[in-house]
Structures are given as C-alpha cells and as structure tokens.
Design a protein around this ligand. Structure first.
Ligand code: 28F
Length: 301
C-alpha cells in the first residue's frame, strides 16, 4: 500500500471558489486587493530572479485597463505532466494550497511561487500568458478563469521568459490603478533585490529601477536632503542558510527611520531581526566606548 503523508496534500479546486469569495484569497476587492493582483504576478518574477534566472521585469499599465508583466526567466514549463496537462495549465488554471508546487523549487520568496497566478486569473475578465522557452513562443488564454485556448505553440523567438497579461474584472473590483502606489513597491523591490532591473510603464511615462548597491542605495534615498554624519555602513552575511543584509547611516535628525524586511516583505511590527540588530549595534558602540576610553556621557557644545 502506498504511504500517504502530509507532504502529498495538495488542494486542487476550480477557480469558481475564488470568484465566489475573492476576499478569502486577496483580502478585499477595493484598492488594496486590486493592486495585490499586480504584486502577485510580479512576485512570481521576483521568485525567478531570486532563483537566479531572471534579471529583468517589465510592468505596463495598458490603456484598456489591463496589465502586462514580463520577465526574462526560464519561462513556466509547458511540457505535459503525467496527467496530460502542462505545468503552465496547472499553475494558471487550478488553485493550489500547499504540497508539490509550494516550496521545492524556490529558496526564498514573498509568496508561494505560482500560487497567485490562478487567483489573479480567476479575478480577471481575461488573461493571456506567453512563455518564451527553447526558442518557441507558447500561449494560453482564459476568460474569468475559464480556459478559452489551451497551450498553443505560436512561432519562434530568441527570448526567454514569461509574460502575463490580464484585465481585472470590473464586476469584482470597484477601484482603478494608482500608478504611484505601484511605483513605490517596484522601487522598493528593486532596492531589496540588488541588480534586478524593474521597468514600469504607465500613461506616457517609462521608469527604470535598478540599484547595484541594493539597500545601501535605499538608505541613500531615504536620507537624501538630510545632514548625514558618516558614510553608509553596509554588511551582508549568511548563517545556516539564512542571509542577512544591513545598511544604516546616522543623520543629524532626531527621528529614526527604520525599515525592516523579511523575504521582500516589510515587517511593520518589527521582530527578532530588528531587536537583534538594535542590541548588536548598542553592544558594538558600548564596546567601542569602553575600548577607546571615551566617557559614556559626552556633553557636546
Ligand atoms: C510575469 C510573471 O510567472 N515567471 C515565472 C517561472 C519559472 C518556472 C516556474 C515560473 C515548476 C513546477 C510549477 C522554469 N523552469 N512571471 C512569472 N517563471 N514558474 S513563474 O516553475 C513553476 C513550477 O511546476 C520554472 C524550471 N523550473 C521552474
């Protein structure tokens, strides 16, 4: 008899469930939920970048209210699975919760890779996905989460990657895109993933975010216009498979701006990572004072 353990659990459901209760999957159907759709798709590209295969992500807000997101990663696999369906069809057309698709392929990620795609599909008037892989172009199309065109080969290309185009369903969302809100997050993602190129096109604007210095440039951006007291301190390390990156710089300001992230997600309530940093910094400064015979209290001017 075959062993069946928790690791095999995989909930596959049709996408009707998502359309019935969107809030359960994206939180709400207002402004936040609408923008969440874009972030879900971009997250998949980010995962592909973290895996080391994608260097560029292009996002466009189109005139018809649709969104395009394209990356130059490996492209979602299109070969047929034992079930007769391709990974592309499964990842875009079925709801996943845990199991096979969730964690294996990716080290670090904000969301679960590919999981968001089907949710966005379900909540879109239409979705079209193009995959550029092995010199070929493949596509698949949906309307309100229903398949209207299965995986189809559409010619050749030099490109490699995945392009997802979708139009949020106006029957579900009562908000419209705010480019500035999207822009902020794309800029943040570019700071957090050094070297990654994020292009954002909206209206007649095209912006490019790419920071070779990563969070060091984030600190520079945050402190612009302030009186800085020293060069930006930057350090990076890894222990037991967990990477850490820190950048900081004192200014003459009385207030502290502290931003902490875990796997690209802002941790607004702090956490052990923030506490650990603060105590280590305090200890380092106290040790320095002690070792250099500097009085603990300095009265300046
Ligand atoms: C515009 C949005 O969604 N990019 C993505 C990949 C690449 C792979 C992948 C995605 C593997 C097993 C599911 C390719 N080759 N951009 C994107 N790029 N998903 S999504 O794999 C999906 C999983 O089934 C990929 C080898 N491994 C992974």
């Amino acid at each position: 008899m075959e062993e069946y353990t928790a690791k095999d659990i995989q909930v596959l459901e049709g996408l009707e469930a998502v359309r019935k209760r969107p809030g359960m999957y994206i939180g709400d159907t207002g402004k936040r939920g609408l923008h969440h759709l874009v972030f879900e798709i971009v997250d998949n590209s980010i995962d592909e970048a973290i895996a080391g295969y994608c260097t560029k992500i292009k996002i466009a807000l189109n005139k018809d209210g649709s969104v395009s997101v394209e990356d130059n990663g490996r492209g979602i696999p299109v070969d047929r699975h034992a079930s007769g369906k391709s990974a592309l069809e499964i990842v875009s057309g079925q709801l996943h919760a845990g199991g096979k698709f969730s964690k294996k392929a990716y080290k670090v990620s904000g969301g679960l890779h590919g999981v968001g795609l089907s949710v966005v599909n379900a909540l879109s008037e239409w979705m079209r996905i193009e995959v550029y892989r092995d010199g070929k172009i493949y596509s698949i199309e949906y309307k309100k989460g229903k398949l209207v065109q299965g995986v189809k080969e559409e010619g050749t290309t030099e490109k490699r990657g995945t392009k997802v185009m979708f139009k949020p369903d106006s029957e579900i969302f009562n908000a419209s895109f705010d480019p500035h809100y999207l822009r902020e997050r794309f800029m943040e993602l570019a700071f957090l993933n050094k070297g990654l190129e994020i292009e954002f096109e909206y209206g007649d604007k095209k912006e490019l975010f790419k920071y070779e210095g990563g969070i060091k440039e984030f600190v520079k951006y945050i402190n612009q216009g302030k009186e800085v007291l020293h060069e930006i301190a930057y350090m990076e390390s890894e222990k037991e498979g967990v990477g850490v990156e820190i950048a900081f710089q004192y200014t003459s300001s009385y207030s502290t701006s502290l931003y902490a992230f875990v796997n690209n997600i802002k941790t607004v309530e702090g956490g052990t990572h923030v506490i650990g940093f603060k105590s280590a910094l305090t200890k380092a400064i106290n040790d320095y004072i002690k070792n250099n015979k500097i009085p603990k209290i300095l009265i300046l001017r």
